[in-house]
Design a protein around this ligand. Sequence first.
Ligand code: SF4
Ligand code: SF4
Length: 429
Amino acid sequence: MRLNGITLSHNKNTAESQTVPVPLPESVKIPMSQHMGVPCEPLVKVGDMVKVGQKIGDTDAVMSAPIHSSVSGTVVAIEDFLLANGKVCKAVVIKSDGKQKMSEEIYRPVVNSTESFINAVKESGCCGLGGAGFPTHIKLRVDTKVTPIDSLVINAAECEPYITSDYRELVEAPEDVLDGIDKVMKYIGIAHAYICIEDNKPQAIADMKRRTASRNDITVVKLKSSYPQGAEKVVAFSATGRIIGEGELPAYKGIIVMNVSTAGFISRYLKTGIPLVERRLTLDGDAFRTPCNVKAPIGISVRELIKFADGSPDAIAKLLSGGPMMGMCLYDFDTPVMKTNNAILGFTEKAAVRKEVKTACIRCGRCVRACPVKLMPTELEKAYDAKDVDRLKKLKVNLCMNCGSCSYVCPAKRDLAEKNQLAKELLRQ
Ligand code: SF4
Ligand code: SF4
């Protein structure tokens, strides 16, 4: 069986751009919701002095991950913050003292068992760095007696155009990636790992193959460059041939899917004890004169990154957090960088504004052929317009991963993926 997919321009303009740190900002704004699940409660108050790596947000809720300060300085505000997804959470604003003093809370975790490994991952504040933000310790906490996990699928597909931050992780920190994979395999008890990389990154594929040549427990999988190869269900299928069904997690099929940058981070955390306080991002789009890859402290404003990439907010007609297919439009240049951001893309009006006019469906079937999970977007659109909940369920709208492929290929420019988002919300209600 072969999964559908579409061909996009790769636009990996920053593939050879070595990651550089951005200058320390005067202040950071750190939202208490940077993961899928319950937001953290601030553990600090206005006037408190904090240091890099100090825990500033946490909750007893299981589905969550603690949040740490990315700078040393003074807490100057705790305020409501409107996230790009429309939800509101608290954010801690810290004025930097410019000294980047490290917290005494930082220590190299002692890991000698599955439990201590998962607890360490939790304390690191790690959540899926590919963008979904699923707390990594929850992903790892599978009862392997009930659900035996035999496959670790490392997602290094990076199929969205423009983004090269995962590629730079592979190129700049391959030892960390392999060490992170080894640690997950060892402590979760997984027999085999698959490192999945699209074939538009031949250097990374060759390097990983060379590094793992003597290993029969790691396979480097060369994926066809086809969108959305990096979607969780798609990459799990490409590596193992197993289909993750509606409402299923990969663990139900014996698989843990982990982003490649997450694996690299786990290794570094176990070696240093420094939690997730910075991240690598790609800055690209025609509004930036100097596209690049940067390492930025969590909470730095997007405005600072635009400046760093020689862009001007005045020239930007569309600002995206993430890729052009699944990224989120940002409404505010002062939006802070979060753990899940892997790219900031800025486009001028020339590149961003869609000029085509929406017309009636011509029943060409392209959307059906493009859908990686074989849905019928055109039928789903009709069912949504009729608010036919039973039909939406029958057509399995909840399998839609909002990859946007159907909308992309539609010659009639129907808002198919958007309607599916709304349809899923309708079912939730
Ligand atoms: S957005 Fe949903 S329906 Fe459209 S192609 Fe992607 S998975 Fe299929
Ligand atoms: S791609 Fe567009 S025009 Fe073609 S069948 Fe699907 S909705 Fe209709």
